[in-house]
Design a protein around this ligand. Structure first.
Ligand SMILES: [Zn+2]
Length: 261
């Protein structure tokens, strides 16, 4: 058992939490993913507050420097392994991983039952403590309810805090479309205007003015777990820009016309 020798090297400062994390580690014979870790708060950066719900729980997004224990194909054993023999430590393939922190209101009541409930909705990595508020927080990622895993929708969702069009209707509209792109990469994105060049006015069309422009092409192709961002192809391309005269009326009819072009 790889976890046990390390028990003396960490403590959450709370006996129940220590015991619970240890229990998950000791019972993870078959699947290391079932084990929770104690993750010191200093291993996170770029911690951003998202929201509070009716129970007063704090949700933050953060980047986890080490990333979760993840498996790697070991040619020697012709098998997948979580353990890195060379470094005598767990293999972690996704440094700087994006995670959510959610406060744990009753740290003394942690049970396998509760953890299993949480695991239905989330990928549950471990527990940390905000040194200022002393709140214990669960380190999680959302799972898609439809796909029962972290699909594209989750990765798009993680980026919502990184962009805004400046218009709530448009933000909501783009987000809704991204939230339905479970298995595909054809979706809408907010594209900052400075990625276009050589913009030329052409004519007035059904929905407003039409322009022709070059776009420094960077379109989502697939999720890159190592860089925690979308992999994009980069090819400049000619596109048409049509002005959206009334952003309140942005709806499916418009998008259907746009997609059929
Ligand atoms: Zn999904």
């Amino acid at each position: 058992m790889r976890f046990q020798p390390n028990f003396k090297n960490w403590t959450s400062g709370n006996n129940s939490i220590d015991k619970f994390i240890q229990d998950t580690q000791l019972s993870s014979h078959k699947d290391v993913k079932e084990a929770l870790e104690w993750i010191p708060y200093v291993r996170f950066y770029d911690i951003k507050y998202i929201a509070k719900d009716e129970f007063g729980k704090v949700y933050s997004s953060a980047n986890w420097i080490d990333g979760n224990i993840s498996m790697k194909y070991i040619y020697e054993y012709e098998n997948f392994s979580y353990w890195d023999d060379e470094n005598q430590n767990w293999k972690r393939n996704y440094p700087d991983m994006f995670v959510n922190l959610k406060s744990l209101n009753f740290p003394n009541d942690l049970t396998f039952e509760l953890a299993n409930k949480i695991k239905i909705e989330y990928r549950f990595y471990g527990i940390t403590q905000d040194p200022e508020t002393k709140n214990y927080m669960m380190v999680l990622n959302n799972k898609c309810k439809k796909c029962n895993k972290m699909c594209n929708v989750i990765y798009f969702q993680q980026k919502f805090i990184d962009w805004t069009s400046g218009n709530d209707n448009i933000d909501k509209f783009i987000q809704d479309i991204q939230l339905s792109a479970h298995g595909e990469y054809k979706t809408l994105e907010w594209i900052p205007y400075d990625r276009f060049y050589d913009i030329k006015y052409i004519a007035k069309g059904g929905f407003g003015k039409v322009y022709r422009a070059n776009l420094t092409g960077e379109f989502v192709t697939k999720w890159d777990g190592i860089n925690q961002n979308w992999k994009r192809n980069s090819k400049d391309m000619l596109v048409a820009l049509k002005s959206l005269d009334n952003s309140k009326n942005i709806e499916s009819e418009f998008i259907n016309e746009a997609l059929s072009d």
